[in-house]
Write a protein that binds this ligand. Structure first.
Ligand SMILES: *Cc1c(COP(=O)(O)O)cnc(C)c1O
Length: 223
């Protein structure tokens, strides 16, 4: 019997393929990150059983509690950190994650550069841009991002692209277009943008990574 979670994954895969086609993008050119934060383990397991191997988590601690065991059972899993990263958790983060989408300040960049040097390896990095200039939201301000990208490159960090989370009450496509413009002028290929409610618009505007949680797994219940 198919679980609801399995059907959620199938549906999102089909919609993503459709969005790629409509946008004239190559099939499979957009990476689907299944955001498993807060989800019951059996839902995550169902999606692993369906062959999904790329997941997103927003907390280091939570990810450390579930992914080592899943990796043991299911083999290689690509893990993306999509939530804010405290500098004192950066070492654990580089050990656990294949990509970090929330690089947003010089202190964190320096920490990551130190770990990279020690390890001889570094996760792929995305710089988070606060495109809506919201006070409560993490991310580099649009006016400061070119300088920050240059600073990170100066530390030899593997900056692959940019990430944004548009303000809830605004048209997301304006923010996606702004992020794409900043990436293009800085020669960055990666665009991490688009969630359950707006990933098709993000694909139309050039997303290379979409982060979809509730549309795959169902509503998250906190508490
Ligand atoms: C939770 C989260 C998502 C997924 O959100 P959904 O609306 O459930 O698809 C994507 N990106 C970030 C940064 C998140 O924290």
């Amino acid at each position: 019997m198919r679980s609801e979670t399995t059907m959620g994954l199938e549906d999102i895969r089909a919609r993503l393929a459709n969005a790629e086609r409509t946008a004239g993008r190559a099939p499979g050119s957009v990476t689907l990150i299944a955001v498993s934060k807060v989800q019951p383990l059996e839902r995550v397991e169902a999606v692993l059983e369906e062959g999904q191997r790329i997941f997103g988590e927003n907390k280091v601690q939570e990810a450390a509690g579930k992914w080592p065991a899943f990796r043991e059972r299911f083999g290689e899993v690509e893990l993306h950190l999509i939530g804010p990263l405290q500098s004192n958790k950066s070492r654990q983060a580089v050990e656990l994650f294949d990509a970090i989408h929330s690089l947003d300040r010089p202190k964190l960049a320096r920490r990551l550069a130190d770990h990279a040097q020690e390890r001889g390896a570094c996760p792929d990095l995305f710089i988070q841009v606060n495109t809506g200039e919201e006070v409560q939201k993490a991310g580099v301000l649009p006016a400061e991002v070119d300088a920050f990208i240059a600073e990170c490159r100066g530390m030899d960090l593997p900056v692959r692209g940019l990430m944004c989370i548009p303000p809830v009450e605004e048209t997301p496509s304006l923010h996606f277009a702004l992020l794409a413009k900043i990436a293009a002028r800085n020669g960055l290929a990666g665009l991490s943008m688009g969630m359950s409610d707006d990933f098709e618009q993000a694909v139309a505007l050039g997303a290379t990574h979409v982060r979809v949680g509730s549309a795959i797994f169902g509503t998250r219940s906190y508490g």
